[in-house]
Design a protein around this ligand. Structure first.
Ligand code: SF4
Length: 289
């Protein structure tokens, strides 16, 4: 079995930055609590929890003896205001590329334009982004774009982890919905390069393994792209899922595998999957004699 790893996979700049903030606080002996899940990866959250660093889900749960860290996806403006007004000790680990969207929306509020956010309305990043707008419309499908009313002026921003191909499909529809349109392509570079790398790798291998949290938006997008290019694509959260006999049965006849991972997947998890397939290869060669 030949093993190919996507040219760009795993931890992105924003996740590394957030973990660096947490580790520096931890090393200085500071008690830490995170508002929301720092990133969408259960293994990383478990490692943090083992160190006594827990996620809280509302300010009512706050421990005043600990430093509050704000998640990478950002938090709604009204919660940020409560934190400031409450004089809580906090550090903002929101990814600067997510913050950039908040700043764009703040500026747009001062103009006579309809803000359109392309993204998943249930995702924490979009819940936070929307809170910065006086009035924003969220769309996440072609049909939602088509059913928009017409406007004089619209301004468009995108979820950082949006599928770039989907963004390109939606924009021409939105262009027909307004006399004037301003487009801010806020899909982050880490997302773009990971999506391009999986698109390149998936068609040339027998099967693909996408590693990352089941709630991770960017991992789900990588899976969507991979499965379009290669129907033999599997989404796993960690290497232990590969031990499932059902999985072994499915890959029995395959000779090579492509591996990619979401922006919140630690390098060790990619390595574990690689090691699994290296062992699998040795075992298969032994059996085949
Ligand atoms: S995926 Fe992009 S926006 Fe999200 S944390 Fe990583 S670098 Fe920041």
């Amino acid at each position: 079995m030949d093993i190919y790893i996507a040219e760009e996979a795993g931890f992105c700049f924003g996740v590394k930055r957030a973990l660096r903030i947490i580790n520096q606080l931890y090393d200085s002996g500071q008690g830490i609590q995170i508002l929301g899940e720092l990133i969408h990866n259960k293994n990383v959250l478990k490692e943090l929890s083992d160190k006594g660093i827990h996620c809280i889900h509302s300010l009512e749960e706050i421990d005043l003896n600990k430093k509050l860290v704000i998640r990478t996806h950002g938090i709604p403006l009204y919660i940020e205001n409560r934190i400031k007004e409450g004089n809580y000790s906090y550090i903002d680990a929101t990814c600067p590329l997510v913050k950039k969207i908040h700043n764009i929306i703040r500026k747009l509020n001062r103009r006579d334009t309809q803000v359109i956010i392309i993204g998943d309305e249930k995702h924490p990043e979009i819940i936070a982004a929307k809170s910065y707008a006086t009035h924003a419309i969220i769309i996440n499908s072609i049909s939602e774009a088509l059913s928009l009313a017409s406007y004089k002026h619209i301004s468009v921003v995108a979820q950082t982890t949006l599928n770039t191909a989907f963004f390109k499909q939606v924009i021409p529809i939105l262009e027909k919905k307004a006399e004037k349109i301003e487009i801010f392509n806020t899909i982050c570079s880490a997302t773009k390069v990971r999506q391009e790398a999986v698109k390149k790798l998936a068609p040339g291998v027998d099967f693909m393994v996408v590693i990352g949290g089941k709630d991770s938006s960017n991992t789900k997008k990588l899976y969507d792209i991979a499965i379009k290019e290669n129907p033999n694509t599997f989404h796993i959260e960690n290497s232990s899922e590969l031990n499932d006999p059902e999985f072994s049965g499915k890959i029995e006849s395959f000779d090579n595998v492509g591996i990619t991972a979401g922006a919140s997947t630690p390098p060790q998890e990619i390595e574990n999957v690689k090691i699994f397939f290296e062992k699998y290869k040795i075992e298969k060669e032994r059996k085949d004699g």
